[in-house]
Design a protein around this ligand. Structure first.
Ligand code: ADQ
Length: 751
């Protein structure tokens, strides 16, 4: 486990009880004769979550699927694991063979799996599937309820357990419940095929957090709710849905792999030796390609083999020179998998019959499970890795290939329909449905210059290294802990942290740099922080009491107001002399004497004008849209747009914004879209600039409320104190509203 995650768990996770719920268990007890043997499934995710529970303690609830599972548990179906050094509890859920058939093979794998992978002709629905799906979910939920207390955080995994959160919420409303959805979430035109679409969506809205692999899936979920759960309130900017008084946050957390493990395995001398052995065992030529998949129709094996077939057909020069190794392990031994297996094997045979020579085979097909250490050898040896999913939540194989490419000689060909395509910049993206283009991309990978491959692979490796499985886990845990603590602290919050703040300020005052100086520098956002959010910007006025407080504070400490408004506008609104102002989200700064403007060119100003003109034309017929042109940046306010035309507005905005997303950073705030040139400073840059010039070693304290303030929260992480009005996982603390901001400033002024 990474040091960062270990430290986080030791420091911030203390006292929290974590309960993981998944269909598959991390340890399986198998009976052979009179003895029971324990097996640990090889999956990367299982072993990473196992690491976490070993560090945090807690409970993992899962289906007891092993033949010896019942023999080792106590009366409450619990067993301590890992067997060699027990540190957490595995609690097993018992399902009858009929339930397994209907809940697992039926509803999970013949309804939800094909549906979410847009393979509609494979969706097969029976009433009894759904009945047993609910029954099985009830059993999982009962097991959790036996163990959970009010401070527990329950982390549910995947599409087998959609109903569990609803049952838990009903019985224990105070629980913090998060659900990670490992597979894609399709759009409404697809999801509506599900006979229980609405029931599933409603049940999932009992979660506090739903994590998806990429933002598209979170947006699709939001659209599905908007279309079918009429009484739910969807907030696209905050990515939240409120239903029956409960709010669910949706967020993308791209899953990853244990980079260090694959990198280390691939670098070892044993791997070099294994590569030599593989080359001789399969009589491999100099150039090798690799594909590693579960034998699964969503992974696009047929398309891949067709593209390879076309490659050898079109380009004779690759015959005898390139072999493609396909490792395909069957994991579901029922229809439609059996037919799929036959089709794949027939195609492999066809290619081999057509092109093989006495010394060379175009495709080596292996249908066995391969240990990670051996996989690392295949990955490292391969000059090309191919992932050709028809649709995939993420796809870990592409990342494993990259982590194992220690020589940086290989190239990754990646389906644009795998979630991983969002992140893995540098891979050759393909549309696997377009066999000709796909085949041409293989040719491109095989003939790419060494330098280009190295450059691309090096960037890919950095990406995967910096975003490994442990970062994924800690991002999710942080969000869960944040949600859990927001629940527990009802009412006024800042009194809870006065001690911490006091200590930080005192330490700064006593430090060498802080001697004789006011110990902090106060940064304040304007709208939503000093004033409540108003219907339109011209109606947001700062209260006299708030202004007096700032006047009082500025006598003792430096103060800066940082706003998304134009510089002149925010100066006039606040109306206080001798403080620093930053406008346009930090890209214009008034330091007391002059205006400093971050680099932005005339061409981006002209482009912004074109953008706004296009928006104005397209939305002219929608009442309530207010386009605020601030020269360097712009805000598109839509607080007053009526609900029934909101989706039309979103569609128009998204369509036009697409043409400009290469040049502008477009973010959403509270009923507003913010448009900023990519190279303009954001609020975090402004805070850093101000601190470098005027900070004098003081502690920055930043108060803000919106997504654009998160840049500032991140900029002062571990260097200052960030406070979000309404709360944000990026901020250290939070306040409820302007009354609490006032109380807080009062408290500061009295120090
Ligand atoms: P999968 O579709 O199972 O799960 P995928 O991302 O394709 O996951 O990873 C498959 C894993 O199985 C890899 O770690 C790979 O090494 C391993 N594997 C495949 N064939 C193997 C073999 N023959 N021997 C040994 N190991 C083999 C779902 C979603 C994905 C998502 C994951 C994680 O469908 O989109 O990435 O969950 O969230």
């Amino acid at each position: 486990m990474s040091n960062g995650l270990t430290a986080y768990i030791e420091k911030d996770f203390e006292g929290t009880s974590l309960i993981i719920v998944s269909n598959r268990e991390p340890y399986i007890h198998k009976k052979t004769g009179m003895t029971v043997k324990v097996d640990q499934p090889a999956g990367g995710l299982t072993s990473a979550m196992d690491d976490v529970l070993k560090a945090t303690g807690g409970i993992w609830t899962a289906w007891g699927s092993g033949s010896g599972d019942r023999e080792v548990v106590d009366a409450k179906s619990r067993v301590s694991v890992p067997p060699e050094k027990p540190s957490y509890t595995l609690k097993r859920v018992w399902l009858t063979p009929g339930e397994v058939d209907n809940y697992y093979h039926g509803y999970s794998n013949q309804v939800l799996w094909p549906l979410c992978h847009i393979s509609l002709d494979r969706v097969y629905f029976r009433k009894r599937f759904w009945e047993d799906y609910k029954k099985a979910n009830q059993s999982f939920a009962d097991a959790v309820l036996e163990e959970a207390d009010e401070n527990s955080i329950v982390w549910v995994h995947d599409y087998h357990l959609c109903i569990v959160p609803e049952i838990l919420r009903e019985k224990k409303p105070e629980l913090t419940i998060a659900h990670f959805w490992h597979i894609p979430w399709p759009d409404w035109s697809v999801f509506r095929v599900c006979p229980q679409a609405r029931e599933i969506l409603e049940a999932m809205l009992s979660n506090d957090l739903i994590g998806f692999q990429i933002p598209l899936f979170a947006r699709n979920f939001m659209d599905c709710v908007r279309e079918s759960v009429i009484d739910a309130e969807t907030n696209y900017r905050q990515s939240t849905i409120t239903f029956r008084g409960h709010t669910t946050r949706l967020k993308a957390f791209p899953i990853s792999i244990d980079y260090d493990k694959f990198n280390t395995l691939a670098s070892s001398w044993q791997t070099s030796r294994a590569i030599k052995k593989l080359k001789s065992k399969y009589a491999l030529p100099d150039i090798v390609g690799i594909g590693v998949d579960r034998l699964e129709y969503t992974k696009g094996l047929i398309k891949r083999l067709q593209a390879i077939n076309l490659l050898f057909e079109r380009y004779e020069r690759f015959r005898g020179k390139v072999t493609f190794i396909q490792i395909a392990v069957p994991t579901r031994l029922k229809e439609p998998y059996l037919s799929y297996k036959r089709s794949v094997e027939a195609l492999v045979k066809k290619i081999n019959d057509r092109f093989s020579t006495s010394a060379w085979r175009p495709v080596v097909y292996l249908d066995t499970k391969v240990e990670h250490k051996d996989l690392a050898a295949y990955y490292r040896m391969a000059d090309m890795g191919i992932v050709s999913s028809a649709y995939d939540g993420m796809n870990l194989v592409g990342k494993e290939y990259v982590a194992s490419q220690v020589d940086e000689n290989g190239m990754l060909i990646l389906s644009e329909f795998a979630g991983a395509a969002d992140e893995l910049e540098g891979a050759i993206l393909v549309n696997p449905y377009d066999i000709e283009e796909f085949s041409d991309s293989i040719r491109k990978a095989l003939t790419m210059a060494k330098e280009e491959k190295k450059e691309r692979m090096s960037a890919l490796r950095t990406q995967v290294r910096e975003n490994d499985i442990y970062k994924w886990i800690s991002d999710l845990l942080r969000e869960m802990v944040f949600l859990s603590s927001s629940k527990q602290q009802k009412g006024s919050y800042f009194f809870d942290y006065t001690d911490t703040l006091h200590d930080s300020l005192a330490a700064r005052r006593d430090s060498k740099a802080g001697k004789g100086r006011s110990p902090y520098f106060l940064f304040l956002d304007y709208d939503g922080t000093l004033t409540p959010i108003a219907e339109s910007p011209d109606k947001a006025r700062i209260a006299e009491e708030m202004r007096s407080l700032i006047l009082e504070l500025k006598k003792r400490v430096p103060v800066a107001v940082i706003s998304g408004r134009a510089l002149q506008d925010v100066k006039e609104q606040v109306g206080i002399e001798d403080i620093v102002y930053a406008g346009n989200h930090g890209s214009e700064i008034w330091d007391g004497e002059r205006i400093v403007v971050s680099q932005h060119t005339d061409s981006s100003a002209q482009l912004l004008k074109n953008f706004l003109y296009a928006l104005e034309q397209a939305t002219a017929h929608i009442p309530g849209v207010f386009i605020e042109d601030k020269g360097v940046t712009a805000s598109i306010h839509f607080r007053q747009v009526k609900t029934k035309v909101l989706s039309e507005f979103y569609e128009l905005f998204t369509r036009i914004a697409k043409d400009y997303e290469q040049s502008f950073r477009i973010t959403s705030g509270k009923k507003v879209f913010e448009i900023r040139p990519l190279d303009a400073w954001h609020k975090g840059d402004a805070v850093i600039w101000i601190m470098e010039r005027m900070g004098n070693g003081r502690l920055p304290i930043y108060l803000g409320d919106d997504t654009t303030d998160e840049d500032a929260f991140r900029a002062i992480k571990n260097k200052g104190i960030s406070i979000c009005i309404g709360g944000s996982p990026d901020a250290d603390y939070f306040l409820k509203d302007q009354d609490e901001v006032k109380d807080f400033l009062q408290w500061l002024a009295e120090r």
